[in-house]
Every structure is written in structure tokens, then in C-alpha cells.
Design a protein around this ligand. Sequence first.
Ligand code: GAL
Length: 349
Amino acid sequence: MKNKYGLPYFVLLFSLLLPNGFINARPSGKKTKLEFFQPGQSWPDQDGNHIQAHGGGILKIKKNYFWYGEQRGKGLDPKFRYVSCYSSKDLLNWNFRGNVVKMLPPDSLTAGWILERPKVFYNAGTKKYVMYFHLDDKGYKVAQVGIAISDKPDGDFKFVRRFRPLGHESRDIGQFIDDDGTAYLVFEDRPYGFRIARLSKDYMDVEKEMTLVKAHMEGGAIVHYQGLYYSIGSALTGWNANPNKYATAPTLEGPWTEFRDIAPPETKTFGSQSTMLIKVTGSRKTTVIFMGDIWRPKTQYDSRYLWMPLELGDGKLSLQEPKPWKLNVKTGESSMVESQITEPASNKK
Ligand code: GAL
């Protein structure tokens, strides 16, 4: 007997028992299955809801990627701040794992307090997932990091403490894990520039400054690629896009080169702001993804993402004009999708 999909019923029944990937491929199945990245478009998770993981960070555990970010969905209780968690095996199709932080303001912080740019590190020694985030008051004067921990990647994370790393002001933060597994925090220190500092052994503190880059930049992101460190940051223009820039250095301590534009400056980074650089090392190639936020300050629930593979090597880095593209996380290869279609049926909810 056949149904409207032209498949025998036992095939459909069997598909329900298989892992998500197969179910997603069903023509009218409820799960969304994306084939390629569409920078700047609405990005549905597997339930068809626009991903809420702004100013986020990516953690890789074995073959699973976790994306943590600011949950700015509609209808949230304004007293709380939320951090969302999504998981994926291909960096494209994301499964919402819940809000892993739902937090009231800690001690003296009051209404309008800020929790932004969460980043999670996994500490193999303590087996704890350690989240750092920017914690602040309404006027962004407190300038601290907060730490919350969990035994599992999808929470719940419990708030531990807040402080200024190494005694310095800290607003936008970024995370960087070097090829040797060492974990670093990147943080913007308004009077001086931005700092890259190593975390303590248990990741519960910021222990050693590697460098102070005397450039007033935020949204700091680092990647180690072919023996060179590349750092990207944005200018301090709040929610408004600006031309993001990059510098390189042979070691994290520097010396860092001058900062140069990552994209034609008039495009203001194609309307986005840097958040993280994701290195995908596959069997054939390594792709470095620029992970940026396209903020919509009046409708934050609809803020978008700009993820694009970067062109980099020999000390040069550039972000090309955003286009639909594909990634194979196994081989590490990425390619542009040549068709002119901007909203293909397969990418619709
Ligand atoms: C940006 C920053 C965002 C947010 C915003 C508030 O500069 O990158 O994370 O703090 O300012 O205006």
C-alpha cells in the first residue's frame, strides 16, 4: 500500500525509528533539514524556529557542536536573562536543547542588567562545562565576566561568581582554544584595548595575560591557522555595523601587525559584527568560518547571523560577499552554491 509520498507505509514507519537526519529528509516531515548556509536570512532550527543564539560561541565535543548564545526570543520574562543551547553535527542543522541559563540579576545588579556573549569551555580535568559571559548593569559600567558551570553541555548552568578578569574592565568577550587545547578568554578593556588571557587549570579563573593589543576593538575572535594567529575585531559602535579588521602574530604574545579591513570598508562587514572564528579541520581541508551577528536592535529576536568561510593564508584574510554556501564537516571543504535562488524550497520552514 502506498501513501501520498509514494512510499510503502512500512518504509515511513521505519524512517520514524531512524536518527534525525533521515527523518529530516522526509518531504513533509516536521523537522527542518537545511542543505546550505544562507548568510543574513532567517536561520531555522530543526523545529523551524529562527535560531536564538546571538553573540554566541561554539564548543566542539567529539563530533557534536554546541552553539550557546543570547536567547532574545519573544515572550521571555524580562526579569531573567537567558542563554540558549543548540547542538549539531554539521554546523548547519541545529537542534534546540533548551535555555541552559535562566538567571535573575546577581546581588547588587538591578533591572536592565546585561548578560551578553556567552562562551562555553569544556574542562577535561574537572569534567565541567564552564560558561563565561559579559555581565553588566544597564549603563555598562560594571564591566565584569560571570561564570556558570554545568556537568552536561545542555545544562542547567549554575552561576558561580562575577569578577573583572585580572582586575581589568571586561565588556565584549571572545573564546579561543588553541590547537594544543589551551583555553583563552579575549576581552575588551575599554581604557587600553583588548586582552588575550589564559584560563586557569580548572577554567574557573582568568590566570595569565598573553597580550594586550592596544587597539580599541570588541567582538574579539582568534584563530590559529597555518602557524599564524589571526585576530578579528570590530570598532566600538554599539549595535551598528562597522568595518571589522584583522591583525596577525606569530605567537599570542605578539608582535601583532597593524589592523587591516577584512572586507571592503563601505560594506561595514556586510552589516555584521564579529563574534567568533570557527576552525573546521577535515580530512582534506581546513575551513575557517567567520561567525558574525547582524544585529536588529529594535527587533532583537530577529537579529540574523552572517557565517561565511574566510579566505586566509600567508598573513592575509578576507571576507567575501555573503552568498549561499555549503560545508562538509568531515572533509573540511566548503563551496559556494552557484544557483541564484535566494529562498530555496529546501531551506523554507
Ligand atoms: C556592541 C557589543 C554587543 C552589545 C552592544 C550594546 O558593541 O558588541 O555585544 O554589547 O554593543 O550596545
